[in-house]
Write a protein of this length. Structure first.
Length: 80
């Protein structure tokens, strides 16, 4: 189990990963259902990461992140 998913009991290899692009450096996301069949966890990883790190977000954290994107809160970071 990857560092970001410790303590959650999530089997990283059993997830249905959705990829943003092709090749190393692409972002992959997996939505993990909870007890009520709604998304409880959102996992994120970068393909080709030799350490195999996985970031784990609660559903509320993920929703806040998406709201920030929609609200253009990260536009300055994208300009670089």
């Amino acid at each position: 189990m990857s560092a970001g998913s410790r303590g959650t009991g999530i089997d990283i290899d059993a997830q249905d990963w959705q990829r943003s692009g092709s090749g190393d450096g692409s972002i992959e996301i997996a939505l993990v259902a909870g007890a009520s069949d709604t998304t409880a966890w959102v996992l994120m990883r970068v393909t080709g990461d030799p350490a195999g790190r996985v970031l784990t977000f609660g559903r509320h954290e993920w929703d806040c992140f998406l709201d920030g994107i929609r609200g253009h809160e990260f536009d300055d970071a994208a300009r670089g």
